[in-house]
Write a protein that binds this ligand. Structure first.
Ligand code: SF4
Ligand code: SF4
Length: 362
């Protein structure tokens, strides 16, 4: 019955339209509450939630970004980073617009906050490509990947599309990966969990003050509880901490994170330690020195974690491409790999995050 319903919905959605927010409560005077992430935004008619991706129209909430892709890439699962699930396989990574956080050092501002793109969608002026779940899965199958990864923007605020794509992915034999900040409600996590194989979650800090700076209501305990719950719900979980000089680079804090992972996810649960690169409000902060990354690794080992991975890559952003999403969905896998090569030849082709935005007016 469920499959029939999904099939019916997918055949109807051939051009862009608003899709109802999956978890919402109607309140008084046309106001509605979104229960996807822990902001639990109360949204009046004509207003949008904090993530900008959900809008209230006459008392009902809709997801503006359903079927809207900001980025697509084909890569190894290890690059998510996920090391202990189907190693050596490839994923098609996709993202949309919108995030529940506002990190000062975010490298994906244009897509994670996506205010411009979401404004146009809200006004009905958008020329963004509309990619149905079926079209996306067909592209993934043509590219010969083994899974689909939701990343770049926050998948919790894109949940309606994520779930529809995951259902088709599983039917096609593809696994699903969800890269998240884990600021998600219990009910949203329960809704999406049966459709997810892997969660790669940030543990940004063990201090509430850090989270408060990037997301006023967020608490460390909420994020950690969501990560633990995901594992209890049967999802393969790996965690990641981006070490930012002067913000979360205290070895004592890294020891605390490692102890939490050991006690709640298990001593074999992988923890990824990544380097920060200056961006946006943290442009003045230098990249994380090797010494801080390896000091964190020492703390993790001291806590008894068995699978700790340090990434001291150069993080070059020079190989940006700017073609339409349609181009990337239709192109051959060979072309996708060629595009991955850094044009300036300064950073090798590995570890380069391509950001593929729509060309204005295309
Ligand atoms: S997803 Fe989160 S931030 Fe976005 S409208 Fe819903 S509760 Fe608010
Ligand atoms: S959670 Fe990630 S995507 Fe969202 S603002 Fe922070 S760094 Fe950017």
């Amino acid at each position: 019955m469920l499959a029939l319903t999904l099939e019916f919905i997918l055949t109807q959605l051939q051009s862009y339209q608003l899709v109802e927010t999956r978890l919402q409560e109607q309140l008084e005077n046309g106001t509605a509450r979104c229960n996807l992430c822990l902001w639990r935004c109360k949204i009046g008619h004509g207003q949008r939630g904090f993530c900008q991706a959900h809008v209230n129209r006459n008392g009902t909430l809709y997801n503006l970004s359903y079927g809207i892709l900001s980025s697509v890439d084909v890569d190894s699962i290890e690059s998510k980073p996920v090391k202990h699930y189907r190693p050596g396989t490839t994923v098609m990574s996709v993202g949309s617009y919108g995030c529940s956080f506002r990190c000062g050092g975010c490298h994906n501002l244009e897509i994670s906050w996506g205010v411009g793109a979401l404004d146009k969608l809200a006004k009905g002026e958008s020329k963004e490509a509309w990619v149905t779940p079926e079209k996306l899965i067909a592209a993934a199958q043509r590219a010969g990947v083994d899974g689909i990864a939701f990343t770049y923007s926050e998948p919790a605020v894109w949940l309606e599309y994520v779930i529809d794509v995951c259902q088709l992915a599983h039917a096609a034999g593809l696994y699903t990966v969800y890269v998240s900040n884990s600021f998600i409600t219990d009910e949203a996590l329960k809704l999406v969990a049966p459709h997810l194989d892997v969660l790669c979650s940030d543990i940004k800090s063990m201090r509430d003050a850090f989270y408060k700076e990037i997301c006023r209501p967020a608490k460390v305990s909420q994020v950690l509880a969501s990560i633990k719950k995901a594992q209890e719900l049967g999802i393969h979980v790996e965690t990641r901490t981006n070490v930012i000089p002067g913000k979360n680079d205290d070895p004592a804090e890294h020891y605390e994170i490692a102890c939490w992972v050991r006690d709640n996810l298990g001593a074999d649960s992988p923890w990824h330690i990544t380097r920060f690169f200056p961006a946006y409000k943290l442009s003045h902060v230098p990249p994380t020195p090797d010494a801080s990354l390896y000091a964190a690794e020492v703390e993790a080992k001291r806590a008894g974690l068995n699978n700790v991975y340090v990434y001291n890559d150069k993080g070059c952003d020079c190989a940006t491409e700017n073609r339409s999403i349609d181009f990337y969905l239709e192109t051959s896998v060979e072309e996708l790999h060629q595009i991955k090569k850094c044009a300036a030849d300064c950073c090798d082709s590995e570890g380069v995050l391509l950001k593929k935005y729509e060309i204005k007016g295309s």
